[in-house]
Design a protein around this ligand. Structure first.
Ligand code: C2E
Ligand code: CA
Ligand code: CA
Length: 496
């Protein structure tokens, strides 16, 4: 201190040190400012990450929720409406399975980009989970419907990569605030509407409606109960005879499943088979049907009854690897000749040209079972496609039989089916015959077998025997003796 005061250089030294300190401070300040800038950027990125979906860059569901709240509040104060569109990419799982997760991610990004590009203003979009998106647009039902078709159009162009290309569709549910929903259930209701589209096969849109919602709820509750129905032995088999149009003898009994629900009573297959197919239960149910039906066939055979047993086979069963193996095992176990077992397979499944279905058809041919093409006339079978199948029987769809008396068109179609089938050496069964006039027309056309309420409704196995023993008043006098013909000595209709 002493030295500085006394030195002539002291002011200069002081100035130098001060300047150095100032420079240092500037440097530190500059550095700090830079770090603070970087920090702000990091903070911004973090905030962004919290509001954006990592895969698609869309709003996170949380951020979307905030925007939704704001939009609904605006609606409450200023009036107007807000539409929520729940968009589910159909069959997305198949893309992941076929081309891998990267392809799935690419598809999701592309879908997000396409939807986002269509709705710039007054909208918000989020990916709620997996392949499900929710879009918010301001406006009423009309705006909602327009938005849905805009999205559907955005899906029209295929999405592709070097190695693959996919054509996508989507199912969209629309819920409008305030007319359809409250804040707490708006997204859920749009999702419900989406599921009502899914139930009908997807690729479309639907608005939320209470009735539809009830149906979806009903399906959900049925599906839940269906899972335990087999275990609880709630299924029953009914049988409906097929009758030879000329001899009036029973040729076969078609097996039709029923579900005796503990609370709902008897539930028809049209209600629960589609659910069983959709939720992976059809295989177990289908196996049970085959086992029970063959057991019953064994009992009837022991009573001297020689009709075929005809079982409806779902497309899902046809695609199953071990379907024929299981069927063969049951036939052996119950001593049922393969030729006495009919697989009724719908025309639409028969037309499916997938390798799995075709393999099953080949195996059925080798096993020697009798194959019938059900609901015929509703698909677009050609002679060529029919010839490839090991089918020995065509069943004219009930719709044509119902219309026979009043529509020449239906008559023409039924007639053509009979001619075509005969040209291919197949027999023709007409199902849903309810009146004598229908029966007469079908017999005149050369139809081989008839089935319908005119003869008998589906009934439990025991009732079929009782019914056959009675005079059932339809004038089919020859019917009764046919039921108990001896298996070995029967010659007349040996092909049955
Ligand atoms: P499907 O194979 O076309 O069976 C004919 C349906 O028409 C049956 O309905 C039968 O009860 C009804 N029916 C028969 N004759 C007449 C008639 O004269 N008039 C009218 N109006 N209807 C008649 P059901 O039993 O409700 O079966 C509906 C469908 O469910 C069946 O159509 C079949 O596709 C499916 N199904 C039934 N049982 C099974 C099964 O065990 N497995 C599978 N996968 N599907 C089954
Ligand atoms: Ca059938
Ligand atoms: Ca049918």
């Amino acid at each position: 201190m002493q030295f500085i005061q006394s030195s002539p250089f002291a002011p200069w030294i002081f100035l130098g040190v001060s300047l150095a300190l100032a420079a240092l401070a500037v440097l530190v300040l500059l550095r700090l400012t830079k770090t603070a800038g970087q920090l702000a950027a990091v903070r911004r990125a973090l905030a962004e990450a919290q509001t954006r979906d990592g895969l698609t860059g869309l709003l996170t569901p949380r951020q979307f929720g905030i925007e939704l709240d704001e939009a609904l509040l605006r609606c409450d104060f200023k009036g107007g409406a807000v539409c929520l569109l729940y968009v589910d990419v159909d069959h997305f799982r198949l893309i992941n399975e076929a081309y891998g997760k990267d392809a799935g991610d690419l598809v999701l990004r592309e879908v997000a980009d396409r939807i986002k590009a269509c709705f710039a203003e007054n909208s918000a979009l989020t990916r709620v989970v997996g392949n499900e998106f929710v879009l918010l647009v301001s406006g009423n039902q009309v705006v909602g419907r327009q938005a849905a078709s805009t999205i559907a159009n955005a899906f029209a162009k295929p999405i592709s990569d070097a190695a693959w290309q996919v054509h996508l569709t989507c199912s969209i549910g629309i819920a409008v605030y305030p007319s359809h929903a409250e804040r707490r259930n708006a997204i859920e209701r749009a999702a419900m509407a989406m599921r009502s589209v899914k139930v009908l096969g997807g690729n479309g849109y639907a608005e939320y409606d209470q009735l539809g919602a009830n149906e979806v709820r009903e399906s959900a509750s049925l599906t839940h109960d269906l899972r335990v129905a087999l275990e609880r032995k709630e299924f029953e088999l009914y049988y409906q005879p097929k009758i030879d149009a000329r001899s009036l003898q029973i040729t076969a009994a078609e097996v039709l499943i029923r579900w005796r629900h503990p609370l709902k009573g008897l539930v028809g297959p049209d209600k629960f088979i589609p659910l069983a197919e959709r939720y992976g239960m059809i295989q177990a149910i289908g196996r049970w049907v085959i086992e029970q039906a063959c057991q019953q066939a064994m009992v009837w055979r022991q009573q001297g009854l020689r009709m075929r047993i005809a079982v409806n086979i779902s497309g899902h069963q046809m695609r199953q690897d071990d379907f024929v193996e299981h069927l063969a095992a049951v036939l052996t176990k119950t001593n049922t000749p393969a030729a006495r077992f009919t697989c009724e397979i719908t025309e639409s499944v028969a037309l499916e040209d997938t390798s799995a279905t075709m393999q099953t058809f080949d195996r059925l041919r080798v096993l020697g079972v009798h194959v019938s093409i059900d609901d015929f006339g509703t698909g677009h079978s050609s002679l060529a496609s029919l010839r490839k199948l090991p089918a020995a029987e065509l069943k004219i769809d009930r719709a044509f039989v119902t219309d026979l008396e009043r529509s020449e068109h239906a008559q023409y179609i039924a007639n053509t089916i009979v001619q075509m089938a005969h040209a291919l050496d197949m027999r023709v069964v007409a199902e849903g015959v309810e009146t004598r006039k229908q029966r007469d027309l079908l017999v005149d056309m050369g139809c081989d077998e008839l089935q319908g309420y005119l003869f008998a409704k589906p009934m439990p196995a025991e009732e079929l025997g009782v019914w056959a023993a009675k005079d059932h008043g339809t004038g089919e006098a020859m019917f009764r003796p046919s039921l108990y013909l001896e298996t070995e000595t029967h010659q007349l209709n040996d092909q049955y």
